[in-house]
Design a binder for this molecule. Structure first.
Ligand code: ACO
Length: 332
């Protein structure tokens, strides 16, 4: 089996920024509540004519450029998203066409906020076995399109964006272990109830706002703290590492209190955690690859660093990996 690593990263955020002060004018909320309960100060919001594929293409182009390969060398494109442009065709097909990579196999992957981790775990298997050589994995969301903007419980939490990674074979380092999990019994805790085959679109589903995101926040919070610890420990054990061997942990960016609780339980300093949720909110599958891209481009992550990426979300799903970093950073 070949060793596999991330050899290029990229990200793209829509231009429009929505601040907590802006939200104060839309629902009964305030900056103090949002910052103290979540850590979020602002988020980026796609324009009316912008869809997930538009953001994904921009992030994908940057990741391919950073990898220093020709787009003809990409064999597989996976787009992880819960906000595809349409139910079908897959957004990955639209991205494949717009990027001009006709030779690549493509599919969408639905694992909510854990989508990027499921995506890189899947893509790395194809490369490790030699079936493919390079894969482009994109986490992208336009959550602003499915948020109920009258519901203060949820509308303050989410943002839009795309993060991408090119995976390829390496001599040493790269992915050391993966852990993926799901608990379908918790499927009702986070969902978009209508628009599928269970509840097709109808005047009633629109009236009841069932085409928007529904979340049981407290339950998800407790689950998130628990699995961040257990999934991190599981991948460390598989890789033969200890908690103190982690140089950087790139968590899903849902709530600063979830990250702080996980840091405490894991006995790791806050500096170990890559955090950018104050500027972007929760971008579901895009959060981890965007945080990773920023940390790589700023030069914070260096060759040889031991990273843990860990995510959790709707499904319920969770996932983590240990990745010994192999790519020169500091592109910005
Ligand atoms: N502004 C002001 N007050 C608010 C707001 C708001 N935006 N939202 C809720 N409140 C109020 C509530 O009404 C409640 O008031 P009450 O006590 O009078 O009833 C009070 O604040 C406390 O509400 P809680 O829900 O208990 O607040 P909590 O501290 O649990 O924070 C939150 C809520 C931020 C949603 C938290 O539970 C959380 O982060 N959960 C995890 C969410 C998550 O991680 N999702 C990830 C997956 S997303 C995906 O997969 C797409």
């Amino acid at each position: 089996m070949r060793s596999v690593s991330i050899i290029g990263t990229g990200s793209h955020l829509p231009d429009r920024v929505l601040t907590n002060a802006d939200l104060e004018k839309m629902v009964d909320t305030n900056d103090e509540w949002i910052v103290s309960r979540t850590g979020i100060r602002e988020r980026h919001i796609a324009s009316e004519d912008e869809a997930s594929s538009d953001l994904a293409v921009r992030a994908g182009e940057k990741a391919i450029a950073a990898a220093g390969i020709n787009k003809d060398e990409i064999d597989l494109i996976i787009v992880a998203t819960v906000t595809p442009d349409t139910m079908f065709p897959a957004t990955a097909c639209l991205v494949q066409d717009r990027l001009g990579i006709p030779q690549a196999a493509t599919f969408d992957l639905s694992a909510a906020c854990t989508g990027f981790l499921y995506g890189i775990a899947t893509a790395s298997q194809f490369i490790a076995t030699g079936m493919y050589t390079h894969a482009l994995v994109i986490g992208v969301e336009c959550l602003s399109k499915i948020v109920n903007w009258d519901d203060r419980d949820t509308c303050v939490l989410f943002g839009d964006g795309a993060g991408a990674a090119v995976l390829g074979p390496v001599e040493t380092g790269g992915f050391q272990s993966f852990e993926l999990g799901a608990d379908g019994a918790g499927s009702n805790l986070l969902s978009l109830p209508a628009g599928g085959s269970r509840l097709p679109a109808s005047p009633l589903t629109v009236e009841k706002q069932l085409h928007t995101l529904h979340m049981a926040g407290r339950e998800v919070f407790k689950f998130a703290v628990r699995v961040m610890e257990s999934a991190t420990d599981a991948v460390l054990e598989k890789a033969g590492l200890k908690r103190e061997d982690i140089d950087f942990l790139v968590p899903h960016q849902a709530n600063i209190r979830i990250i702080e609780s996980a840091a405490k339980r894991l006995g790791l300093s806050r500096d170990t955690f890559i955090v950018n949720l104050d500027r972007y909110g929760n971008m579901s599958s895009a959060s981890i690859p965007i945080a990773l891209d920023e940390a790589v481009r700023s030069g914070r992550i260096q060759v040889g660093d031991q990273l843990v990426l860990v995510g959790f979300g709707g499904g319920l799903t969770w996932g983590a990996c240990v990745l010994q970093w192999t790519m020169e950073g500091g592109a910005d």
